[in-house]
Design a protein around this ligand. Structure first.
Ligand SMILES: *[C@@H]1O[C@H](CO)[C@@H](O)[C@H](O)[C@H]1NC(C)=O
Ligand SMILES: *[C@@H]1O[C@H](CO)[C@@H](O)[C@H](O)[C@H]1NC(C)=O
Ligand SMILES: *[C@@H]1O[C@H](CO)[C@@H](O)[C@H](O)[C@H]1NC(C)=O
Length: 448
């Protein structure tokens, strides 16, 4: 009996084992602040000292991340992007940070970030140049990995400009090998699939998940709702390929959070945060934390939504209903324009999951849309019911059965996101005695 159970366990573990980069990092999607989307390649410290890519900008953001409560809710990486380098390597072939903008060097900046209890990320490119034309790592993979380790870097984003996408199947693992050989644990963020997709290739996601902690699948995000919508659509339209690849240690990266910048309304900002949480996305804010308005800061610091993003199961969510899904199982024909997204989360009981559910209104004709569905129609079938709570509004729906109709109002280009926790406390407290539902007794028996 025991022997059979053992073989069953071995079999199950073989079936469910996704080979992945096991450097122990990014067990949940990384969170932090990343310069690129907001600050770009501004190198003009003479005329724009407060906003240029410089030591000062990163130290300032480090201070604010700690002082203003971002670190306390989980944002713990401070990540440099492109444009930190001198245009030439030194005589030993080593990378040199811009001498005017980073006068103390990267080790000093890294030490500063660490002294505040945060982690330090850096940017390079698997090509002859970075996207902005600074030296890339081609020809220097081992040297650069060692340099990053010597600077105590915790996270490396490796872009893919000025390289041949066909070389990436070899090149990204090769640089990962050199990172590993340094002995310093570093999160490895890859742009491997997106450049291959642009080149008309089909990325080998099995290999990508084996070698990278996260990877970009699609376009760079820009400061507009159109850009956010195109990303949401990409992840929905390609979910059958993309979703199964994500899990603890290896994540799809739909790019930075642009909440608090110029392009998104309040509603659209809430939508980006909610959908990124459903997608188990890295939460990398790219915003000027010195001037962000309080209502946008509140979105970025929404602990309930962050908890969905950081759920320990690490299962990426899916779009389960979309406007033009004529054959969709969920019937909400009177609610054209509504999309529904769902992500399985903890707690789990038997074969049932809890869920985060996001209703997104893609309409722009300025009045809120009503949606009314039963939990069962959304695939939530646990007979004991769910404790349902709205994660933006302080609304507690109490315990709902799968048959209960739930009604929400979704603002144009806005979202309603609910957390539906299995109502399992009550199973243990209220299930009447029966020899057939004694889960603990059954478990004991199987070892006898
Ligand atoms: C990088 O530069 C080398 C040396 O000039 C050249 O041989 C190689 O083709 C370049 N690689 C790419 C991807 O452009
Ligand atoms: C290097 O790879 C091995 C094997 O996957 C892993 O156990 C180890 O933690 C890695 N070390 C670093 C520094 O990434
Ligand atoms: C994809 O990568 C995996 C793991 O590296 C490898 O076993 C497999 O053969 C590759 N598939 C293709 C189609 O190249």
């Amino acid at each position: 009996m025991l022997r059979n159970l053992w073989s069953l366990c071995v079999l199950l573990s073989l079936v469910t084992l996704v080979p992945a980069l096991e450097n122990g990092l990014a067990r949940t999607p990384p969170m932090g602040w990343l310069a690129w989307e907001r600050f770009r390649c501004n190198t003009d410290c003479k005329n724009d000292p407060d906003n240029c890519i410089s030591d000062r900008l990163f130290r300032t953001m480090t201070d604010i991340v700690v002082a203003e409560g971002y670190a306390a809710v989980g944002y713990d990486y401070i990540n440099v992007d492109d444009c930190w380098l001198e245009k030439e390597r030194d005589s030993n072939g080593q990378l040199v940070p811009d001498r005017e903008r980073f006068p103390y060097g990267m080790k000093s900046l890294s030490d500063y970030v660490h002294s505040k209890g945060l982690k330090f990320g850096i940017y390079e490119d698997y090509g002859n140049y970075t996207c902005a034309g600074y030296p890339g790592i081609l020809g220097y993979l081992d040297v650069d990995a060692a340099t990053f380790a010597s600077w105590d870097v915790d996270y490396v984003k490796l872009d893919g400009c000025y390289s041949h996408p066909i070389d990436m199947d070899r090149g990204y693992p090769e640089f990962g090998f050199h990172l590993n050989q340094t002995g310093k644990h570093m999160i490895y963020s890859c742009s491997w699939p997106v450049y291959q997709i642009y080149a008309g290739m089909k990325p080998n996601y099995t290999a990508i998940a084996e070698h990278c902690n996260l990877w970009r699948n699609f376009d760079d995000i820009q400061d507009s709702w159109a850009s956010v919508e195109s990303i949401i659509d990409y992840y929905g339209n390609n979910q059958d390929v993309i979703v199964p690849i994500a899990g603890p240690g290896h994540w799809n990266d739909p790019d930075m959070l642009i909440i608090g910048n110029f392009g998104l309304s309040y509603e659209q900002s809430k939508t980006q945060m909610a959908i990124w949480a459903i997608l188990a996305a890295p939460l990398l804010m790219s915003v000027d934390l010195r001037t962000i308005r309080p209502e946008y800061k509140a979105i970025l610091q929404n602990k309930k939504i962050i908890a969905v993003d950081q759920d320990l199961l690490g299962i990426q969510g899916r779009r389960i209903y979309k406007v033009s899904d004529l054959k969709a199982k969920v019937s909400v024909p009177q609610h054209k324009g509504i999309e529904i997204w769902a992500r399985p989360i903890t707690p789990v009981y038997q074969t049932y999951y809890s869920y985060a559910i996001a209703f997104v209104n893609r309409r722009t004709d300025g009045t809120p849309s009503d949606v009314s569905v039963t939990l069962k129609e959304l695939g939530l079938q646990y007979p004991g019911g769910y404790r349902v709570e709205d994660l933006y509004e302080d609304v507690d729906y109490g315990v709902l059965t799968p048959q209960t109709k739930i009604k929400v109002k979704v603002n144009p280009s806005g979202v309603v996101i609910l957390r539906c926790n299995l109502n399992i406390d009550d199973v243990f407290r209220y299930t009447p005695y029966s020899p057939f539902n004694q889960v603990f007794k059954v478990r004991q028996n199987s070892f006898e």
